[in-house]
Design a binder for this molecule. Structure first.
Ligand SMILES: *Cc1c(COP(=O)(O)O)cnc(C)c1O
Length: 288
């Protein structure tokens, strides 16, 4: 475990910024998923739970993170997977970590609490919502801010559910920093993230949402994004994923090049990990 996660300065096309390398925390419990699970697992252990039960799609970084984290703590893990029975590299890794998978159709999947109660009511099982969304997850992600030794003008993160962003916002508010939080939703449309964040952290004064960097929607890419990731990695030695961190870094460079952000400001981006997110996405391969 690399904690606190290191901060690396990167230089891309003559512009310098900093990356908080949460991707280095653990190879399987991808960056922000580790932050989100930290206090969830602590609570599960306090309650003497012996099993983690969670929910997600068949390509979910959260499922793998939960499977790996459960194994580390010698807990059992199960997941309800949305949609028809499939196999892919992500689910294979989940199974190697010992996770038990239940495939449920989209309609049944909607009532997560009912599924949990029907299958795990009598077990010492701990309910973890899809993506780990919870107050515990927000607390865990706020610690990204407490690890910072120097102030930054801007902090960037990518958003799926917005829980990680809410944690960063909480950390910034609690430390009373004059930092702007820039959130790049990877879904289309991404405007809903504003409300998701505000549900956890009311004061959104320092929040900026950048909704034009979804590249068509969740897990969608185009040759321009893939080319950017290749160039970025060639120049910095740091690999980005095309679903989250690639879109975030693309946004940073674009905002600086358009003059919306000043290249001389101190900018920190959170590398939330997620490289296994490409597993099972063969339809996108021709763009690579
Ligand atoms: C899950 C994930 C996110 C999104 O986190 P949210 O808290 O759902 O917004 C961002 N980056 C990576 C790499 C992820 O795996």
């Amino acid at each position: 475990m690399q904690l606190p996660s290191p901060i690396h300065q990167v230089s891309y096309r003559g512009f310098n910024f900093f990356l908080k390398r949460d991707d280095l925390i653990d190879p399987f419990v991808s960056g922000n998923k580790w932050r989100k699970l930290k206090y969830i697992i602590q609570k599960a252990l306090q309650q003497n739970s012996t099993q983690l039960v969670t929910f997600g799609g068949a390509y979910s970084n959260h499922l793998l993170a939960t499977a790996a984290a459960a194994a580390k703590h010698r807990l059992k893990a199960s997941a309800f997977v949305r949609g028809e029975i499939v196999n892919n590299e992500m689910l294979m890794l989940c199974k190697l970590f010992g996770m038990q998978l239940h495939f449920v159709d989209r309609n049944t999947y909607k009532d997560k609490q009912l599924l949990f109660d029907q299958h795990y009511a009598n077990a010492n099982a701990y309910f973890i919502d899809e993506g780990g969304a919870s107050e515990e997850a927000v607390l865990g992600c706020s610690e990204i801010i407490s690890e910072l030794e120097k102030p930054f003008d801007h902090i960037f993160c990518a958003a799926g559910t917005g829980t990680t962003a809410a944690g960063l916002l909480r950390g910034i508010n609690q430390s009373q920093l004059h930092t702007r939080l820039h959130v790049v939703p990877v879904l289309k449309p991404g405007e809903f993230i504003q409300d998701e964040i505000a549900a956890y952290e009311k004061n959104t004064n320092c929040l900026n949402l950048h909704c034009d960097y979804h590249f068509g929607g969740y897990a969608k890419t185009n040759p321009q994004l893939i080319q950017f990731i290749k160039d970025f990695t060639a120049q910095t030695g740091i690999l980005l994923d095309p679903i989250y961190t690639g879109k975030m870094c693309y946004a940073i460079i674009d905002l600086v090049e358009k003059g919306i952000l000043s290249g001389s400001d101190k900018i920190l981006a959170v590398h939330t990990g997620g490289l296994f997110g490409i597993f099972g996405k063969k339809d996108e391969f021709d763009k690579f």
